[in-house]
Design a protein around this ligand. Structure first.
Ligand code: OAD
Length: 248
């Protein structure tokens, strides 16, 4: 089947859907200029993000990990949402029952207008104390080793690192939502990191039709009902164009 025919079928699915749940990954922000995790441009200095986004790296070299996050914060602050983010915000507005679950910490979905949004790996714009309960949203410039204003201990980025559990309650909620979907879309994620990589299976087990949108095939591609290959910033605007407005 041609890509255009698949695209029309997915459009019809969205038009007839009861509940759409979307999972996004770094590929959705690639066209905004945010480096993906596993692409070549994901490297910072000589480090791979996987070597820095972890609690043991922060414990051993907090200044290096903070330098990396301050670099990412600065980089993302200069980026704008792209047509993929905008199309997903439009999709939310057109559908009666919708949830966007993102693994991205860049905040671009919210900036594009998404509100039914779960940032399952936290946010670059959150900081929290490593010792006390202080946590805040912070869009400013941070020092190399920022201190907690309450107890004076070290602050850390409010993101979920490798080897850390998700924010309490998030996984349970995500599982409930994914299980309730009748259409599940996985967009711009390499599907290599659990638990998000298995969400499609959960959706499928509960009867959903599954759709993948990615530049390249992933380990999950063969199990999807539809796989649309190309740039999210080109495919998503096409998908939402002419969609029936069924918002209540
Ligand atoms: P990855 O960097 O692993 O994968 C990005 C995916 O986006 C790849 O499959 C690319 O083919 C695809 N891609 C790139 N450009 C695209 C475009 N313009 N349109 C569509 N697809 C495109 O990023 P994630 O899958 O998000 O977790 O990584 C998952 C998690 O691993 C991250 O949230 C992060 C990480 O390391 C933590 O930090 C805990």
């Amino acid at each position: 089947m041609t890509m255009q025919a698949d695209l029309e079928m997915v459009k019809a699915l969205l038009d007839g859907s009861r509940k759409v749940v979307v999972l996004t990954g770094a590929g959705v922000s690639a066209e905004s200029g945010v480096p993906t995790f596993r692409g070549r441009e994901g490297l910072w200095k000589t480090y791979r993000p996987e070597d820095l986004a972890r609690p043991d790296a922060f414990e051993a070299h907090p200044e290096l990990v903070w330098e990396f996050y301050n670099w990412r914060r600065k980089l993302v602050a200069e980026c704008e949402p792209n047509p993929a983010h905008v199309a997903l915000a439009e999709l939310e507005r057109a559908l009666p029952n919708f949830l966007l679950i993102t693994q991205n910490v860049d905040g671009l979905h919210a900036r594009a207008g998404s509100r039914k949004l779960m940032e399952m790996h936290g946010s670059l714009w959150q900081v929290k104390c490593t010792v006390c309960t202080h946590a805040r949203e912070d869009f400013g410039e941070l020092e190399d080793l920022p201190e907690c204003p309450v107890c004076g201990h070290l602050l850390r980025p409010g993101v979920v690192w490798f080897g850390e559990p998700l924010i309490p309650g998030v996984l349970k909620l995500a599982i409930a939502q994914v299980s309730d979907a009748d259409v599940f879309l996985s967009i711009g994620t390499s599907s290599l990191v659990q638990p998000a990589a298995s969400f499609y299976q959960l959706a499928k087990d509960h009867g959903a039709v599954t759709v993948e949108i990615n530049l390249d095939p992933t380990p999950n591609t063969g199990f999807m009902d539809f796989a649309l290959h190309g740039k999210a910033g080109e495919i998503l605007p096409e998908l939402v164009t002419g969609l029936k407005d069924r918002a209540t």
